[in-house]
Design a protein around this ligand. Structure first.
Ligand code: SF4
Length: 244
């Protein structure tokens, strides 16, 4: 019997999670508990719709006429690599359809052969670098920084086009001297084509209330777009010097 996967939600035209026009598949389940998470409803495995690889690829393929050369599908979550076996089943089916895929991951899972296979087949990878050191990473996500850094080294070894992303939260990591520490992890990482800063927002707060989960950042304001741009400029100016 074909293996099934659990899909939290499906977005038919997402212009932001990767290059070109894309479908986004949000897979259910996440091992992290990021303090700033705006999708706590994706944390739980085996929720949403259960579907097999063929059904999923058929659904994605309906949007093929819109993808063009750069578009395709982005697997996000939750943490998509929690269901790496299922993703691996989809890889040859997507290849047959000529559809590229992007993986949007926290890099927090062990680098098993299956995880490596899924990452190496991707058109590109969106990798979160959530916090700047082991202590802060553990404090705000519940896990260590080792696996994300190991994932980054692997992506660099296989020369996979990688975009690093960090959510900037006022009062936690919105300072230039901390961004220097983030950048130090990118030293020598030629695979990194871009380092993107995302502003913390409060649009997911209602989900915490609905799910009855305590929200440790309930009093934290959203990051202003002006400040985000300032910090983005700061990392852009330094990135070209650190990655080589
Ligand atoms: S990795 Fe993503 S989905 Fe998981 S807790 Fe963090 S922000 Fe939320």
């Amino acid at each position: 019997m074909a293996m099934t996967g659990w899909v939290h939600s499906f977005e038919s035209m997402a212009a932001v999670d990767g290059e070109g026009l894309r479908c986004a598949v949000f897979l259910a389940g996440c091992p992290l508990r990021c303090a700033y998470c705006h999708n706590p409803d994706t944390w739980y495995p085996r929720t949403g719709a259960e579907t097999d690889a063929e059904q999923m690829v058929r659904k994605i393929a309906r949007y093929k006429p819109y993808f063009g050369d750069l578009g395709g599908v982005t697997f996000s979550g939750g943490e998509p690599l929690l269901q790496a076996e299922w993703l691996r089943e989809m890889v040859p089916l997507l290849e047959k359809e000529g559809i590229h895929y992007v993986v949007d991951t926290s890099g927090a899972l062990p680098l098993t052969d299956t995880v490596k296979e899924v990452l190496s087949g991707a058109q590109s990878v969106l990798l979160d670098l959530k916090f700047w050191d082991g202590e802060s990473y553990r404090q705000y996500t519940g896990q260590g920084i080792e696996r994300p850094l190991e994932t980054l080294r692997y992506l660099n070894d296989i020369e996979k086009k990688t975009r690093i992303r960090t959510v900037i939260v006022p009062g936690i990591n919105d300072r230039e001297e901390l961004l220097e520490k983030y950048l130090s992890h990118l030293t020598g990482m030629a695979c990194v084509e871009r380092y993107e800063l995302l502003g913390f927002h409060t649009m997911g707060f209602f989900k915490y209330e609905k799910l009855g989960i305590s929200n440790s950042l309930a009093k934290t304001p959203a990051l202003s777009e002006e400040r985000r741009k300032e910090l983005q400029k700061f990392v852009d100016e330094r990135l070209s010097f650190t990655r080589i």
